[in-house]
Design a protein around this ligand. Structure first.
Ligand SMILES: *Cc1c(COP(=O)(O)O)cnc(C)c1O
Length: 423
């Protein structure tokens, strides 16, 4: 190992020794290679690690189910009838909003559709949906199919804002300019909190304010922002937001997702796709044919929630509040800075960091030599026990996550990169 790399490892160990959040790593299951070595896991932006408590809590649900059967709805140690409510406080804390503004339900894209069923109401010349041109495929499909649902098409009613002079990043200005020029035609702005490919974070309050000044609704896809960056959804004034439970929230594969609906819509009579679980719980079991929406975001629920997909979140969310938002952000910065410094010293010729300063945990690294070399680098990283992920055509994404990653993980990544990269 070169003296510079040695120094990086020593610096990492010193930072870890001073890290107040270090004990939290022991609360997670760390994936291992077939030879038993702990992998360097840097993929929390895609699938968060398993909180060890998840297994115990899931076993409790299975025990209650086996012992109680249907009675578990009322008599389980965590009665299933009210299960989604157990997640409200933790989610509201991370989303920066009131308890009544959040609900745990469904999965991300489903929630996006549900929110658009209420908040995309094209009327007259106000029918455009505005997204970013690099939107996650599922979001693009959801939006295009909503347009088709209303008899419109992406060709005439979808605006996709492309990155400007910097070929990867979207300037806030492009969106604001469009809203100034064509705001009267825009029905909905749907924007990411953090762009999934580049890791770019956006000023959500500014975007929501601009959308609303133009008379449009504003929704956020927070798949890569929830549990990653501090959020203030209520104050942002956004109409709605959606997220998944399995990325930074560590809820497990396909975990229960969530949605935010601003308090000003708590008693909305907008059309919605309704089901019995969104009915006022006080009279839900009267089974009356008339739908009376529960106030707040809970009124958008459709079905009774999948308990076994919700339980791991009960293990994960308390870890966020135990850590505290300030400490989590400080560690995110510290891990990110060490990574940037290491990349600048050791990989500047071969990798380009495309993620801007406005970011959370994720850094996206472009392999300058292109796709083929990039695939080889990525395969070499994997072979060395470093778990990152690959985005076409030439991007390696890594996310050191403050709940369970260490500065030593970052140093190991840099070392592996120096060995994997073509000289
Ligand atoms: C992860 C992610 C999804 C995945 O959607 P699911 O409905 O959870 O399968 C969708 N959109 C974005 C932006 C994502 O990051």
């Amino acid at each position: 190992m070169s003296p510079a790399l040695k120094q990086l490892h020593e610096q990492a160990l010193a930072l870890d020794a001073a890290d107040v959040l270090a004990p939290l790593r022991a609360r997670f299951a760390l994936p291992t290679a077939s030879d038993g070595r702990t992998l360097t896991y840097l993929c929390g932006h895609s699938l968060g690690l398993m909180p060890l408590d998840a297994r115990r809590l899931l076993n409790e649900e299975l025990d209650d189910w086996s012992a109680l059967g249907v009675d578990g709805h009322h008599r389980a140690r965590r009665p299933w009838i009210e299960y989604a409510e157990l997640l409200q406080d933790g989610l509201a804390q991370l989303a920066g909003c009131q308890r009544e503004e959040v609900v745990a339900m469904n999965s991300l894209t489903v929630n996006l559709h549900l929110m658009m069923s209420s908040f995309y109401r094209p009327q007259g010349r106000r029918r455009l949906i505005v997204i970013e041109s690099g939107a996650f495929s599922s979001d693009r499909h959801a939006v295009a199919s909503q347009l088709a649902w209303h008899g419109l098409s992406a060709a005439d009613s979808l605006i996709e804002i492309a990155p400007g002079t910097d070929a990867d990043l979207i300037g806030k200005q492009s969106l604001l300019q469009l809203l100034q020029q064509r705001g009267g035609e825009v029905a909905l702005v749907l924007w990411p909190g953090v762009q999934y490919r580049t890791g770019q974070a956006f000023d959500l309050a500014a975007i929501a304010a601009a959308a609303q000044a133009a008379g449009a609704c504003c929704g956020f896809d927070l798949a890569h922002a929830m549990g990653n960056l501090p959020l203030a959804l209520h104050d942002s004034g956004a109409d709605f937001a959606v997220w998944c439970g399995y990325k930074y929230l560590n809820g497990g594969p396909g975990a229960l997702a969530g949605a935010f609906v601003h308090a000003r819509h708590a008693h909305s009579d907008l059309p919605r796709l309704a089901g019995w679980w969104g009915h006022d719980p006080a009279t839900r079991f009267a089974m009356s044919p008339d739908f009376v929406a529960a106030p707040g975001a809970a009124g958008w629920q459709i079905s009774n929630p999948p308990i076994l997909s919700a339980t791991p979140l009960l293990a994960s969310l308390p870890l966020f509040s135990a850590a505290g938002s300030a400490a989590l952000q400080a560690k995110t910065r510290s891990l990110g800075q060490l990574l940037l410094d290491g990349l600048a010293t050791h990989c500047a010729q071969t990798l380009q960091v495309i993620t801007p300063a406005a970011r959370g945990c994720q850094l996206s690294l472009r392999v300058r030599a292109g796709r083929e070399a990039g695939r080889a680098v990525f395969a070499a990283l994997t072979a060395m026990g470093v778990i990152a992920d690959w985005r076409e055509p030439d991007i390696i994404r890594v996310a050191p996550v403050p709940l369970y990653n260490t500065h030593a993980d970052v140093a190991r990544l840099i070392t592996a990169l120096t060995q994997a990269l073509p000289a």
